[in-house]
Design a protein around this ligand. Structure first.
Ligand code: C5P
Length: 229
């Protein structure tokens, strides 16, 4: 079974996809981490993100692997180096949508994502899973939330809290504003790029998480999975 979780930046896809994979005993595929790793490789090698040929070449040479830890967490290796933390930096946030818009990069990533998933059961999260990577996925969810709610969750997360788990943290309003701007910019580029922009598949279930707890979201999706089985 393939489960596709798509949606804009900060909509909570990772939390949901990871929890679903664990509950259902499926493989978790974080496709955003793959685009982020290629972006990190460009920054590392001094490649200008707007130089299409150089970006495509960097993507082709990059070796991105996922390593699952015993506690269920996942590390990302780029050319053998642990880049789990580096791919979440503001520098990568700023360039990742530019790199991801390069058609050759997308074609390559889709190919690698399908190879990683193989014939097994997978929960994949991204922007084009239900439309391009696994158009035949048995369950498709388009997860969204108000941009302010998404920015607030991210800001709490960066300050060491966890809004979903009710763990509070002191949030700097300036930082939250900057996060909101970054999220809106990324959404704009991701949904207006020419090649496979972010869009809800016609058969995807729309889930607005603005006023839902993680548990409520999971319950709804588990219902869809049960119905598809
Ligand atoms: O999911 P995450 O926010 O980590 O994704 C980072 C970026 O990677 C997105 O903003 C988007 O530009 C790109 N991406 C994509 N297609 C995917 C997953 C991510 O274009 N399937």
């Amino acid at each position: 079974m393939k489960i596709a979780i798509d949606g804009p930046a900060g909509s909570g896809k990772s939390t949901i996809a990871r929890a679903l994979a664990e509950r259902c005993g499926m493989t978790y595929l974080d496709t955003g981490a793959m685009y982020r790793s290629v972006t990190w490789a460009c920054l590392r090698d001094g490649v200008d993100p707007s130089d299409l040929a150089a970006v495509a070449d960097t993507a082709a040479r990059s070796d991105v692997r996922f390593v699952r830890e015993k506690d269920g967490s996942q590390r990302v290796l780029l050319d053998g180096e642990d880049v789990t933390a580096q791919i979440r930096t503001p520098e990568v946030d700023r360039s990742v949508s530019i790199v991801s818009a390069v058609p050759a990069v997308r074609a390559l990533m889709v190919e690698r994502q399908r190879a990683l998933a193989g014939e097994g059961d997978v929960v994949a999260e991204g922007r084009d899973i239900g439309t391009v990577v696994f158009p035949d996925a048995e369950v498709k969810v388009f997860l969204t939330a108000d941009p302010r709610a998404r920015a607030h969750r991210r800001a709490v997360q960066r300050a060491g809290g966890d809004a979903a788990a009710g763990v509070a943290a002191e949030v700097d309003p300036e930082q939250e504003r900057a996060i909101l701007e970054g999220i809106e910019r990324r959404d704009r580029i991701d949904s207006t790029r020419e090649t496979t922009p972010l869009r809800r598949a016609d058969d995807a279930h729309l889930l607005d998480s603005s006023d839902l707890t993680v548990e409520q979201e999971l319950e709804q999706i588990m219902g869809l999975i049960a119905a598809a089985r």
